[in-house]
Ligand binder design. Structure first.
Ligand SMILES: Cc1ncc(C[n+]2csc(CCOP(=O)(O)OP(=O)(O)O)c2C)c(N)n1
Length: 638
């Protein structure tokens, strides 16, 4: 028998269903979510938690006109399924397939592109203003998780929306989880709203109870004033939101359509800013995800019957970093670590267990995390802030104003640098070399393998100023980890191989690509000098000058945007030292890069070794005539 999902193509189809049928639909959607994510990977637990909420939103609102903005957007799969994209779920996050986040280019039902947290209320308010000024008529709804609500931008937007007073609905999807357990005082407040009966009482109930108090009850109106305010603070639910100018409704059971539908229908009719507090369970409907919502927040392909993911053989840079921190903390009592809601993702979970008093999770607050580190450093600690490259963009001013300007010894461990793959353009960490290398006083490095990461961390602790180390997502190069750590000479590149015909300078992940390129070129009889730059700042000017003096051709390779990145730094150095050689820069072009497997993206961008060799030969065809006897080449390893 064909399922109900087969019949649902738009919100009009939903409206024909009974609540019983919608509950069957919810089960079918959960099945589709589990199958799709088990194959493609993705954000399973967040989506399983919003199935009924998404159905209810699509029942009450029509996203062809009304604007529903999904904060972060990782929980928008159900919305995609309900807006004509269910048959594309098998392409989820694959190159050319469905994006894992809302994308206006993909559907008119995706009102606003998201990926980074805590933007939804600002964007929704912007749309409400535009609607009113242009005298249009539609509803605007921001759906924000309790994790995303920890981000400062969400508070800034609530603060503004309350005073604007426009028709705007904020739905808080409260599952008590960010990626890990949610943190912070607001999370505690939401928890009290959820669980403490005195917070959950309705205003009517409170009045009713007061009326029954002998003596003051009948005089309740006269007894208002200060006492009323006091009572309000003690007993009215959601008072914090009410004081900001929102009408607070809740808590509402986010898995009960009988509760959800009337609440949303009423909210649609109400005036002014409305805040609906919806309680959901992350991972609902799939036991492994319910039991371990952190792991199933964002997960790679897994076996549905066991919930087990397929383990990678080679350690990731993240793991290497996390282990080093635990190890170092044993002897370095000043070391503290900071994460912005990504303890697991940045490899700090073990540190958090071993040294809970020296581990700080700020919530999704990158800006605060960086200035918190600045304060700690100023007062004598040695903070390491571990943040993904893309999310560190949030804290640019804090890096400059609070850390670098005071030359504070904060170490930035920048994970997920370069292309990250399936999460796509909102998550690729391809700008950091460009946005960091312009900051004075900052030392900026990128390791080419696991040992280099460890040596860079080791070196970073000896530098009395800010240091940033950026490294890619996923497995390292698989090199054997040496037991002893080396202090790297700051600002010195590493000559890996000598050669005559052209020079290649690479950085970070670019180095392993450069090695492959050199190997392919050698096969064609072209001899290459290979340099691992290690530092983008300070740059090894003497190495660059040397190359400029001896070579006519230089290739730079980086997993970063080409504009303003490492290659640009090399070009600047060459210009400043008046070197005339011809330079080919390989890096991320000046465009936003779609989602898909990293290898595929490199291929698509002509950044794989074969394409780079092609570009080199195209640029300098005379190289092919340099065919030499391989035995005569200088292969000396340095
Ligand atoms: C600025 C920024 N920092 C970090 C992240 C990574 N991140 C994605 S989802 C998430 C947790 C979101 O929690 P919540 O809003 O409660 O949604 P839930 O997954 O629990 O439904 C985090 C930290 C991000 N997307 N944006």
């Amino acid at each position: 028998m064909p399922g109900i999902l087969e019949r649902v193509k738009c919100s009009e189809d939903l409206k024909k269903l009974t609540i019983k049928e919608m509950n069957v639909l919810a089960a079918e959607i959960r099945e589709l979510l589990i199958t799709s994510v088990s194959r493609c990977g993705g954000h399973l637990a967040p989506n399983l938690g919003v199935v009924e909420l998404s159905i209810a939103l699509h029942y009450v609102f029509n996203t062809a006109q009304d604007r529903v903005i999904w904060d972060v957007g990782h929980q928008s799969y159900v919305h995609k399924i309900l807006t004509g994209r269910k048959d594309l779920m098998s392409t989820l996050r694959q190159y050319g397939g469905l994006s894992g986040f809302p994308k206006s280019e993909e559907s008119i039902h995706d009102a606003f592109n998201t990926g980074h947290s805590s933007t939804s209320i600002s964007a929704a308010l912007g749309m409400a203003v535009a609607r009113d000024l242009q005298e249009e008529d539609y509803s605007v709804v921001a759906v924000i998780g309790d994790g995303a609500l920890t981000g400062g931008m969400a508070f800034e937007a609530l603060n503004h929306a309350g005073i604007e007073g426009r028709d705007l609905i904020v739905v808080l999807n409260d599952n008590e989880m960010s990626i890990s357990k949610n943190v912070g005082a607001m999370s505690g407040y939401l928890n009290r709203l959820r669980t403490d009966p005195s917070y959950s009482r309705t205003k009517e109930e409170i009045e009713h109870h007061l009326m029954r108090i002998p003596g003051i009850g009948p005089n309740i109106a006269r007894a208002a004033g200060k006492f009323k305010d006091l009572i309000k603070y003690l007993m009215v639910p959601g008072i914090w939101f009410e004081e900001l100018g929102f009408t607070y409704i809740g808590p509402v059971n986010g898995h009960d359509l009988d509760e959800l539908l009337p609440v949303l229908k009423n909210a649609r009719r109400m005036k002014g800013p409305i805040f609906i507090h919806v309680i959901t369970e992350k991972g609902r409907g799939y036991e492994p995800a319910r039991q371990d919502p952190g792991t199933f927040h964002g997960v790679g392909p897994f076996d549905i019957s066991t919930g087990k993911t397929f383990k990678k053989a080679i350690k990731t840079y993240t793991e290497i970093f996390g282990e080093y921190m635990v190890e170092r903390a044993r002897t370095d009592s000043k070391l503290v670590t900071i994460t912005a809601a990504m303890a697991n993702g940045t490899g700090l979970s073990e540190f958090a267990c071993c040294y809970p008093e020296r581990f700080f999770d700020t919530g999704i607050c990158e800006q605060h995390a960086v200035t918190l580190a600045a304060g700690m450093a100023k007062a004598g600690l040695r903070p390491v802030v571990a943040i993904y490259s893309t999310f560190l963009q949030r804290a640019y001013d804090q890096i400059i104003h609070d850390v670098a300007l005071q030359r504070l010894p904060v170490i930035f461990a920048i994970d997920r640098a370069g292309l990250v793959g399936e999460d796509g353009p909102t998550h690729h960490g391809v700008f950091d070399l460009a946005y960091l290398r312009s900051i004075p006083e900052l030392t900026l490095m990128a390791p080419s393998n696991e040992n280099e990461l460890l040596d860079m961390l080791h070196t970073a602790f000896t530098i009395n100023g800010p240091v940033a180390i950026r490294y890619p997502r996923g497995a390292g190069e698989g090199v054997e980890i040496s037991r002893t750590r080396q202090l790297l000479p700051v600002g010195e590149a590493h000559l890996m191989k000598k050669g005559q015909d052209l020079a290649i300078m690479a950085i970070g992940r670019g180095v392993s690509i450069a090695c492959q390129v050199a190997r392919l070129l050698e096969q064609k009889g072209i001899s290459t000098l290979l340099v691992d730059a290690r530092f983008v700042k300070p740059l090894d000017i003497s190495m660059i000058t040397d190359i400029g003096a001896k070579y006519q051709r230089l290739v730079t390779i980086e997993d970063n945007c080409i504009k303003g990145g490492f290659g640009s730094a090399v070009l600047e150095a060459l210009a400043e030292t008046k070197q005339q050689l011809d330079v080919l820069r390989i890096g991320i072009p000046d465009e936003f890069i779609e989602h898909g497997k990293v290898e595929l993206l490199f291929n698509y961008l002509d950044m794989d070794e074969v394409s780079i060799v092609e570009s080199i030969i195209n640029k300098w065809p005379e190289l092919l005539s340099y065919s030499r006897e391989l035995g005569l080449l200088n292969f000396g390893q340095n």
